[in-house]
Design a protein around this ligand. Structure first.
Ligand code: FES
Ligand code: FES
Length: 180
């Protein structure tokens, strides 16, 4: 959009700096740009999936200062000075899976994969609370993200398996340990 068009319609632009996946990024953005659009369109972080775009499905969730937020409901300018993590941050080497991603693959905690980046990030957040969870507790903790495919049980299994891996416990298939 040209400056004159922006001026005509009163669309303000601001410079924002945020830490995204461990890297400081600075961009000039429209004050109307959502955090989701900023991450996808400006930074190519296309793991941020837009489903409903009004706060219902949770598929756009990212970690904002370590906590899940719906990036479709936030503006990019609200991220100024904050830290954002998307699922791209989990593996330094894109050919390697993070233990949480391995657990989702092994437990078949995904089908189409649309909700999966949000589920994986939520799992990271849950595990960082440091305690083992029952099925019912996991179901409660992931209830803000809608999955249209799995029936949830395999996701619950994946969350519990990932927790065991990251706590260094042996899992049913004998895998254990892993990185944080
Ligand atoms: S796309 Fe953000 S909650 Fe559905
Ligand atoms: S795996 Fe398809 S929406 Fe969850």
């Amino acid at each position: 959009m040209t400056t004159s068009t922006a001026a005509k319609y009163g669309i303000a632009r601001r410079t924002v700096t945020m830490r995204v996946n461990g890297r400081d990024v600075t961009r000039e953005v429209s004050t109307r740009t959502t955090l989701a659009d900023f991450l996808r369109d400006e930074l190519d972080l296309v793991s941020v999936h837009l489903g409903c775009e009004h706060g219902e499905c949770g598929c756009c969730n990212v970690l904002f200062d370590g906590h899940s937020v719906r990036s479709c409901l936030m503006l990019a300018v609200q991220g100024d000075g904050h830290a954002v993590e998307t699922v791209e941050s989990l593996s330094v080497d894109p050919t390697e899976l993070h233990p949480i991603q391995e657990s989702f693959a092994e437990e078949q905690g995904l089908q189409c994969g649309f909700c999966t980046p949000a589920m994986v990030l939520r799992t990271k957040e849950i595990i960082e609370t440091g305690h083992e969870m029952t099925d019912a507790e996991v179901r409660h903790e992931i209830s803000g993200i809608l999955c249209r495919c799995t029936g949830y049980q395999n996701i619950v299994n994946a969350v519990q398996s990932a927790g065991a891996r990251l706590r260094g416990e042996a899992t049913a298939d004998g895998a254990g340990g892993g990185r944080s």
